[in-house]
Design a protein around this ligand. Structure first.
Ligand code: PAF
Length: 282
């Protein structure tokens, strides 16, 4: 496995693989890798000859007062995990390498509508930051296929829309959320939880499961179901940011007749903001 830190080195490596007719897969990450990321690398190995994993904590997708400075950076452990998973190239650039002209003047990509609700409403500018850096990574790596976790359901929807609208020659593949045994979705931010918060955290997924069961049972008063779910989370010790029942493709509020619905939720447990989602097919 090779680790490179500059775009020049990355391009030279990728070019040699391209000349050999290799199919390139990209797994964009911010590092602090867990089993969810490793499942993306494993999936990438099934779809591509060469797997490039990027590790870059992207400053422009963090808002003021968010956890940019404290975001866990665990390069050595990440490299070991990637090596074991059969990853081929690690691209780990500095902030200056990606944003040589500074952050303020950086051209940005906006994906309207789908970026706007849910996490986009609570974290203004977040999805512009994600869309921008993912576009830049696509331009640097020029992957045939790129992999994203379904845990970040809205992020995946935004990236799919962006790639489609801008005719980006890359296939976007989503991979299922990897969970701990008690149902908690794997996330780099789980490491922020105290012992007691970690015990409470699975209630988020259990609440989504209960809401999904109610929808499966034919309940269609979605506003009421969202309210009930938020109350359950509050009683368990969360501070809910949102619980939204949405159409799975448009992410607009679901209508009673919709047959492809996703429940999306974000909630704070102490200082940690957890997100999760669950799709319901009727
Ligand atoms: O999901 C993430 O880790 C990030 O949002 C991504 C896609 C790597 C962009 O920085």
């Amino acid at each position: 496995m090779r680790t490179v830190h500059t775009i020049r080195e990355l391009r030279a490596l990728i070019n040699s693989h391209r000349q050999n007719g290799h199919r390139i897969g990209l797994v964009p990450t911010m590092g602090n890798l867990h089993d969810g990321h490793i499942s993306l690398v494993e999936k990438a190995r099934q779809h591509a000859d060469v797997v490039v994993t990027s590790i870059f904590v992207n400053p422009i997708q963090f808002g003021a007062g968010e956890d940019l400075d404290n975001y866990p950076r665990t390069m050595r452990e990440d490299q070991e995990k990637l090596e074991q998973a059969g990853n081929h190239i690690v691209f780990a650039p500095s902030v200056e390498e990606i944003y040589p002209h500074g952050l303020v003047e950086q051209t940005q990509i906006t994906v309207p509508v789908v970026s706007e609700g849910h996490c986009g409403a609570s974290r203004p500018g977040h999805f512009n930051g994600v869309s921008t850096v993912v576009t830049m990574l696509f331009n640097m790596v020029q992957p045939d296929v790129a992999f994203f976790g379904q845990k970040d359901f809205q992020q995946l929807a935004v990236i799919r829309k962006m790639a489609d609208d801008l005719f980006m020659p890359v296939e976007i593949v989503g991979a299922p959320t990897v969970r701990d045994e008690d149902g908690l979705a794997r996330s780099s931010r789980n490491g922020y939880l105290t012992e007691n918060e970690r015990l409470i955290a699975p209630v988020l997924y259990k609440t989504l499961q209960q809401t999904a069961a109610n929808i499966q049972d034919g309940q269609t008063n979605f506003a009421e179901l969202e309210k009930e779910a938020a109350e359950t989370l509050t009683k368990a010790g969360f501070r809910p940011d949102y619980v939204n029942i949405a159409h799975s493709l448009t992410l607009k509020p679901a209508k009673p007749g919709d047959d492809d619905i996703t429940i999306l939720a974000a909630a704070f447990l102490g200082k940690t903001r957890l997100i999760d989602n669950l799709s319901v097919y009727r």
